[in-house]
Design a binder for this molecule. Structure first.
Ligand SMILES: Nc1ncnc2c1ncn2[C@@H]1O[C@H](COP(=O)(O)OP(=O)(O)OP(=O)(O)O)[C@@H](O)[C@H]1O
Ligand SMILES: [Mg+2]
Length: 323
């Protein structure tokens, strides 16, 4: 049997920003894929290029700031990189929908939430019969209690978690094949965070869609993502099935991210990774993580390692991987 092509396949994506003379290499040769009906996580600390990757999928960053963009993006069996603005617009929102971090600022404060969900249903162009009934159905789907009454609320009358549920309902209005959730719970407190993650997990499974989950918190992906890609300074440094990566991280950076996850037993002692990302317009030669890496030696500083397959569906960009 022929192997099914993944829903999303990104190959060697490069999105550079700013000036051509000194570009910010926000995304620098990233490849990943999202299989049908699965959740894939893109993980890394702030500024490593996660959002630029997500936005690049549907051409959401204009030129400027984009100064250079290349690579191949295939979605649902066709090549979408290189499509014109209209082609991309037809995919965005309809087949690929986004949920972002700050529901409060993404919702329009002067319209009732029901009207905003209704607008998304209309924009989707789906034939739903009664739009109002569809709004109620979507609100129920995302766990908004008492939708008949709630749809008349203004955003400020809802809690952050409820606002994020409204945003998710809007994203689902088009019945997307791929939901891109970019730090969907970062603005929420921890208990609400867990509820929204549970909702996303349930929706992905129930609706049979795929999800690209973007987060700096490796702890969030354990129960949600089937596969994880760890990003550092615009590049993938490690990838593999989530369970296997979390059980045996190969890249010292992945290990550092795991130690950075605050746990109850280490409260007040959040182990991070000392140092910071290299400036995106000033790359060191050699491994980009070397300046911060406890295992780095002269060889690491000489040449940028390739992302190498390690069997068991895993890959790592490191010449001294952990065992
Ligand atoms: N509009 C822009 N103009 C110029 N530089 C940008 C722009 N957007 C992002 N960048 C730069 O691109 C790099 C990657 O940014 P990106 O927003 O993708 O990071 P991120 O991984 O999503 O971080 P965070 O976790 O903080 O959301 C950073 O160096 C950032 O400063
Ligand atoms: Mg981001």
């Amino acid at each position: 049997m022929q192997k099914q092509e993944p829903l999303l396949d990104v190959s060697n994506l490069r999105t550079w920003l700013g000036s051509r003379k000194a570009p910010i290499r926000a995304v620098d040769g990233v490849s990943f894929s999202v299989a049908h009906r699965t959740t894939v996580a893109l993980v890394g600390e702030s500024g490593c290029g996660k959002s630029v990757t997500a936005l690049s999928l549907t051409g959401l960053i204009p030129r400027p700031p984009v100064c250079e963009m290349s690579g191949t993006i295939r979605f649902d069996g066709r090549t979408v990189s290189g499509l014109d603005a209209r082609g991309l617009a037809s995919i965005r929102g309809r087949h690929i929908a986004y949920v972002f971090q700050e529901p409060g600022s993404a919702l329009n404060p002067v319209f009732r939430v029901g009207a905003q969900i209704e607008e998304s249903v209309r924009l989707s162009g789906r034939d739903v019969g009664s739009v109002r009934e569809e709004v109620v159905r979507l609100m129920q789907l995302v766990g908004l209690p008492d939708p008949e009454r709630r749809r008349l609320s203004y955003p400020h009358e809802l809690s952050g978690g409820m606002q994020q549920r409204v945003m998710i309902a809007m994203a689902l209005a088009s019945e997307p094949r791929l939901l891109v959730a970019d730090e969907p719970t970062t603005a929420l407190d921890v208990t609400i965070q867990a509820q929204i993650m549970e909702l996303l997990r349930m929706l992905q499974d129930q609706l049979g869609m795929s999800m690209l989950l973007i987060t700096h918190n490796l702890g969030l992906v354990a129960d949600t993502a089937h596969r994880v890609y760890v990003m550092y300074a615009g590049q993938i440094v490690e990838s593999g099935p989530t369970e296997s990566v979390l059980a045996h991280p190969l890249h010292p950076y992945t290990r550092g991210l795991m130690d950075a996850v605050p746990r109850l037993d280490t409260i007040g002692r959040m182990l991070g990774i000392p140092g910071q990302l290299p400036r995106a317009d000033e790359r060191p030669t050699g491994c980009l993580f070397a300046p911060r890496c406890p295992r780095a030696d002269d060889r690491c500083r000489e040449r940028l390692p390739d992302l190498e397959s390690r069997g068991d569906d895993r890959a790592v960009r490191c010449i001294h991987p952990l065992e």
